[in-house]
Ligand binder design. Structure first.
Ligand SMILES: [Zn+2]
Ligand SMILES: [Zn+2]
Length: 265
């Protein structure tokens, strides 16, 4: 079994996730500059950007697409996104040669070598935001951030993953007490915003299965969250729902600029 991944960077300042098998290498989002992306690849020790089979795009917010245009042109990489995301990001990432532009429809499956990738929609204020589940030799990796809530439909798709990268965006008290203007607070808290640490814990409790082991808390707000607070809040929520955190379930941090160790799913 050889499905591996690294969260290269995660948070409101930029997101990029690397996934590989023996026969496929993919990047999901490139939300930092191409230069910073190069440094992340070096730091993570995951080989050259050149050999990637593609960049999958989740949605057109700048913390997910900042480096895509330059990387795609410089390294001649295929880019995959759904129709509405293509339309929304076209003016933002510059010209991409037609032969490098691919459609990845909502709720479809695409195969890259020996890796199957399934897309699913989330609730977020972008054109057609979607995230991905990766399947390889019976192993399952879920990537889901940037959603205002986790619907039953989404839970059905991400259920019983072996590993998960999931949003734990903010501590509600930090957000409410913080300096953000009310309209921004309302956007973050709304159905098309981001999920809180507690929401994340409850969503996890609903989808964790017998195989689920490693959970990576991702897309933490720089201003309204801290790694310790997120881990504690999600851990306490899971424990209150009967899970043995630290034994059956391991919670991992992600960082805005330090890649997580390349790990087996
Ligand atoms: Zn977003
Ligand atoms: Zn984001």
């Amino acid at each position: 079994m050889s499905l591996k991944f690294s969260v290269l960077a995660s948070g409101s300042t930029g997101n990029a996730i690397y996934v590989e098998t023996g026969r496929a290498r993919l990047l999901v989002d490139a939300g930092l500059s191409a230069k910073q992306m190069g440094l992340l690849f070096e730091r993570a020790n995951i080989g050259e950007i050149t050999g990637l089979d593609g960049i999958l795009v989740t949605h057109e917010h700048s913390d997910h697409i900042k480096g895509i245009g330059v990387m795609a042109r410089k390294f001649k990489l295929p880019v995959y996104a759904n129709t509405n995301t293509w339309r929304a990001m076209e003016g933002l990432i510059g010209e991409i040669p037609t032969e490098q532009k691919f459609e990845f429809g909502m709720e479809t499956v695409r195969t890259f070598g020996d890796l199957e990738v399934e897309s699913f929609g989330v609730s977020h204020d972008a054109a057609e935001p979607m995230f991905y589940v990766f399947h390889h030799e019976g192993r399952k990796l879920t990537l889901m951030t940037d959603t205002g809530y986790v619907s039953d439909r989404m839970k059905g798709i991400i259920r019983e993953s072996d590993s998960m990268i999931i949003e734990s965006n903010h501590d509600i008290n930090m957000l409410m007490m913080g300096r953000y203007p009310w309209n921004i607070k309302r956007r973050i808290l709304g159905d098309h915003g981001h999920i809180s640490n507690e929401d994340c814990g409850h969503a996890l409790a609903d989808v964790i299965g017998d195989k689920t082991k490693n959970i990576y808390l991702a897309h933490l707000s720089k201003d309204n969250n801290m790694k310790d607070i997120a881990r504690l809040a999600v851990g306490q929520t899971l424990e209150s729902r009967g899970f043995a955190v630290g034994e059956d379930i391991i919670l991992h941090d992600t960082d805005a600029s330090i890649p997580t160790k390349l790990a087996l799913v």
